[in-house]
Design a protein around this ligand. Structure first.
Ligand SMILES: Nc1ncnc2c1ncn2[C@@H]1O[C@H](COP(=O)(O)OP(=O)(O)OP(=O)(O)O)[C@@H](O)[C@H]1O
Length: 455
């Protein structure tokens, strides 16, 4: 459980009292007296819990405090920031909760209240982590590793063959192409399946913390090392360790990782004796490692060690036919988000929009797009292009190509629908004005809208 709290307040006496209180119940505390220090600490440490006073030097304005909250949340949307306001700022603090702060309270704070809010935030983070884990392991079941495109099937077959061995695997591919899902697939298909699957995103944790996170530490090895920690290698003993964004690993840690993979031993920070570990490594990167090797940012010996077998995951745009298959799958799994939604389908025009888009965010973007479209469609049943994001609609093929394959009746239907949509958009949804524009009675327009499923 993440127990690191960043305490941001310019009042040194209050910080010291809260630090003692938080430490007494097992939190680790980082302190910042102003916005500059807060930014630095937030960047350098994997902070997920923040207590943020709004009136901070140098600006000393609640607006500047609110801007800092925005910065934290855009860097780490899952972080829980509890806003601490002075008397008279409660309404602003409340509006910040609407903008993403986890909670707020006014000074002077009751210690029990403070601990209760932090405890709730921690429990919430635990739940969110569990949901993410379940989502990923669900997607990793073989029947969920969906796709029929040749480039995808080739990657899947190679992975399945490598999975049953103990050879290290390097998964390459752009963000959102499914590297973590493949890593779980490898674990699930290996003899290690009933042992732990442990993941670490090497880019999401500060270099200072990475060594002890990977290899563990002894109590007192550095400030803040309150107890012995096993480290992820030891936690993954017998199972699989998935190192995501391996290209972000600092050179000094690359040396230590190489040593661990060669000897099968890790040395916790502050320990005098190494610990034996039996771990299968699966690494992933979206950056081309050979380039990193060429410009000396990545050690060549480690590259060859991790690369055992390399599987390159194709971009979604390189998987013709899979977009619609996956879109339908994501729609089905997102159905629980919309109460009473009927089984959603994709209209032919929507299919064309999906197929002609580039998908820079790959499967992750498609999943979000389908969730969004489903919510926007309000459970209408068939998704239409207007349910999609503007970027997708903008790339839809021109009318000439679209219309070529339709019957005359379908073309007329389509034209009518487009004219209705356009008139409604131009009149900002005002039906009487739109009806007038189209030369229809208001009731006539409503009938046609109902027939086309427009609202
Ligand atoms: N073959 C698949 N079938 C079904 N869902 C998939 C498949 N591959 C990926 N997904 C889903 O797509 C999303 C992105 O996958 P994943 O997180 O594994 O990508 P990634 O390449 O590790 O991304 P990043 O590099 O940004 O961490 C997840 O929601 C995952 O469940």
């Amino acid at each position: 459980m993440n127990s690191l709290v960043l305490l941001v307040d310019d009042d040194a006496a209050l910080r010291s009292a809260w630090r003692r209180l938080l430490k007494s119940v097992g939190f680790e505390v980082l302190e910042a007296p102003d916005a500059v220090a807060a930014r630095q600490l937030f960047k350098a440490h994997p902070v997920q819990l923040v207590l943020l006073d709004l009136m901070l030097p140098p600006e000393q304005t609640p607006e500047a405090g609110a801007a800092l909250l925005g910065e934290f949340l855009s860097a780490r949307p899952d972080a829980k920031v509890v806003v601490v306001s002075g008397t008279g700022e409660a309404s602003l603090a409340l509006s910040l909760v609407q903008r993403g702060a986890y909670d707020f309270f006014s000074k002077p704070a009751d210690p029990e209240h403070l601990l209760a809010v932090l405890g709730r935030a921690q429990a919430r983070m635990g739940l969110e982590a569990r949901v993410r884990e379940l989502e990923q392991s669900l997607a990793a079941r073989e029947d969920q590793l969906l796709g029929q495109a040749p480039a995808f099937l080739e990657a899947k077959q190679l992975t399945a063959r490598a999975a049953v061995t103990d050879i290290p695997l390097l998964l390459t591919g752009a963000s959102g192409t499914g590297k973590e899902v493949f890593a779980r697939f490898v674990h699930a298909r290996s003899r290690r399946a009933d042992k732990p699957f442990v993941t670490l995103n090497c880019g999401a944790i500060s270099p200072q913390l990475l060594e002890s996170t990977l290899f563990g530490h002894k109590k007192g090895a550095f400030t803040g090392a309150l107890a012995d920690s096993k480290g992820l290698f030891a936690e993954a003993h017998g199972g699989t360790l998935f190192l995501d964004e391996i290209g972000d690993l600092q050179l000094d840690l690359q040396v230590k990782l190489l040593r661990a993979t060669e000897s099968g031993e890790v040395l916790p920070v502050g320990a005098s004796r190494p610990v034996l570990v039996d771990v299968r490594l699966v690494s992933a990167t979206h950056q081309p490692l050979p380039e990193q090797v060429a410009n000396k940012h990545f050690r060549e010996d480690l590259y060859w060690r991790l690369r055992g077998i390399e599987v390159a995951l194709p971009r979604l745009s390189e998987r013709p036919g899979d977009v619609v298959l996956l879109a339908q799958h994501f729609l089905n799994t997102a159905r629980s988000l919309v109460p009473h939604a009927v089984m959603p389908t994709l209209s032919p025009a929507t299919v064309r929009c999906l197929e002609s888009y580039d998908w820079p965010g790959n499967l992750r973007e498609l999943r979000h797009e389908m969730q969004r479209a489903l919510v926007l469609s309000g459970g209408r049943g068939e998704l239409q292009p207007e349910d999609l994001s503007p970027a997708l609609r903008a790339q839809a093929p021109s009318d000439g190509t679209v219309h070529a394959a339709l019957t005359l009746e379908e073309k007329i239907e389509r034209l009518e629908r487009e004219e209705l949509t356009r008139a409604l958009a131009e009149c900002e949804g005002n039906r009487s004005h739109a009806a007038e524009k189209l030369g229809l009675s208001r009731q006539g327009l409503l009938n046609k809208m109902a027939r086309h499923g427009l609202r």
